[in-house]
Design a protein around this ligand. Structure first.
Ligand code: URA
Length: 233
């Protein structure tokens, strides 16, 4: 395995950043500093260290889908001391989340101990669709839907286009399905804020071919092999 993939899988840094760490002379293999970017390692036998600290790969990989409830942060340790999604999935191993959801957003999030997989799936070049159910107060006009679909403009900057459909209309509320490819900070909330709509529910229901399905809030289960296949491109 290439040394940069080893470091990425172990969660040290994504491959390009791992190359910088290697080039800076911070990585040793079997006690010798290695600066060659194409270096290969035998992940079973070689001893890899960064800044003198031994780095090892997990013995087996886990890929989990979780229904994140509102009120949980997607960080390994929250600086405000709030509950995190990692409190919901007890594990003896270090898990990474693939992308993030806001504290007040619920729905599908994928967790893994495979850092390289997490980096690949969250990279924008993969253009993986993310589908959200959005509930807003009141109704929405065709002209407002057109603005969301074309990409709202905030401070002269246009947010990416989105697929937006009305999924249900109630007395004082509307449910919409919103599909985006990117994971910009607060992207969906900013879209609706730009057209003056108040979001009362934001829930992610799909990442690529992986659906939230019948998972209840706080529940999690391993991804099926066919779900994993649909995330790797
Ligand atoms: N867009 C948002 O605004 N928040 C999320 O949590 C996810 C997408």
């Amino acid at each position: 395995m290439r040394l940069n993939k080893f470091l990425s899988t172990a969660g040290v840094a994504a491959r390009r950043k791992a190359d910088d760490i290697i080039a800076a002379g911070r990585v040793s293999v079997n006690g010798k500093i290695v600066t060659s970017l194409g270096a290969q390692v035998n992940e079973k036998n070689d001893e890899v260290a960064v800044d003198g600290k031994r780095i090892s790969l997990p013995l087996s990989f886990v890929y989990i889908k979780l229904h994140k409830p509102k009120g949980y942060a997607c960080t390994n340790s929250d600086e405000k001391g709030r509950k995190t999604i990692f409190d919901l999935v007890p594990s003896s191993q270090r898990l990474f989340s693939i992308g993030r959801l806001d504290y007040d957003t619920e729905g599908l999030i994928i967790l893994t101990n495979d850092g390289d997989f997490a980096n690949k799936v969250s990279h924008p070049s993969g253009e993986i669709e993310k589908e959200y159910i959005v509930k807003i107060e009141g109704d929405i006009k065709q002209s407002e839907l057109a603005v969301l679909r074309n990409g709202v403009v905030i401070d002269g900057q246009r947010l990416p286009k989105a697929k937006v459909k009305v999924a249900g209309v109630q007395a004082n509320a509307t449910r919409l399905s919103v599909v985006i490819h990117e994971g910009l900070n607060h992207q969906v909330r900013k879209m609706f804020e730009a057209i003056g709509k108040n979001i009362t529910l934001l829930k992610r229901v799909r990442i690529g071919g992986v659906k939230l399905g019948g998972l209840k809030r706080g529940e999690y289960k391993p991804l099926k092999p066919y779900e994993l296949d649909q995330l790797i491109f």
